[in-house]
Design a protein around this ligand. Sequence first.
Ligand code: UDP
Length: 343
Amino acid sequence: MNKKIIVTGGLGYIGSHTTIELIQNNFQVVVFDDLSNSSQKTIARIETITGEKIIFEKVDLKNEIRTGQEFSKHKDALAVIHFAAHKAVNESVKNPLNYYQNNLFAILNTLKWQYELGIKNFIFSSSAAVYGSPESLPISENNKIQRPLSPYGNTKKISEEIIEDFTKINSDFSAISLRYFNPIGAHDSGKIGELPKGIPNNLMPYITQTASGVREKLKVFGNDYPTKDGTPVRDYIHVVDLAKAHIKALTRLIENKQEKPLEIYNLGTGNGFSVLEVIKSFERISGLKLNYEIVTRREGDVPELFATTDLAFKKLGWKAELGLDEMVKSAWKWEQNYRNHNI
Ligand code: UDP
């Protein structure tokens, strides 16, 4: 049976972990990636872990004609999993047009060509950012969608609206949008993980880079929030758990089990951890004392976000299995491997 899947952004953080899971579930993967925030070395890392070859096409999905050419080469694919997007929140605030242009042209061209060429299944990499500053917790898929706090988040909200409109008029097209909470961690081989270009914006890579001496000190943005210890609470989820959810969603689409043209699922663990709890977990696991200081709040941060993931369990048969310590341990293993062995 043909099991070809196109993974856009397949060399990025979540894309690469999902590519591994796909291969391990006997899918054949074609990666479309423009290498704007990823490394070609990731191909060899994926191949070492899985022992399988992937097909790689360097393509800028903003370019409609080029995108069409690449999709034409792989029109026998069963589905597209669309990760390709810029994702730095701060950068998106500074350069909104770049974010809207990149993320929205990419999804528009992807949807247009895949549909035209007969690839009728689509999985979208969305974000809890679409809930804005949530009115109630835990956040379910029925929570109100609000204007996200950044242009990055808004590209996710607009993309979901595009998919919704598109599925409405094309009854033969099926989509699942997966709203990620805070993905962290790395593959347990230690051969692949998050690799932010430049100074990381996110907590976990900032912690591991501080511990490995690449950054001097972690700034904890505020300890005066109305949370358990004053620092913001997030629903951190292991990237490998997240990757596995994509296989479940894909299987549901391929087996035609979806109940609506567009289904939406939260992907989190349902547990909230504060910044200080993440630091404590890191110190316990690494045996190191982390250099950090409390500074003022970062603009746009909400006090508390965590999901209810009942729907994903009920419909996809998926739930997160790995806890915070496993996330932290794998992220630290990857950081050390990467720094010490230049893999
Ligand atoms: N955070 C921090 N210092 C950093 C980066 C992040 O204190 O250098 C905090 C941030 O304020 C938030 C949490 O860590 O409360 C998670 O931030 P991240 O950027 O990883 O994800 P977000 O929830 O903003 O998408």
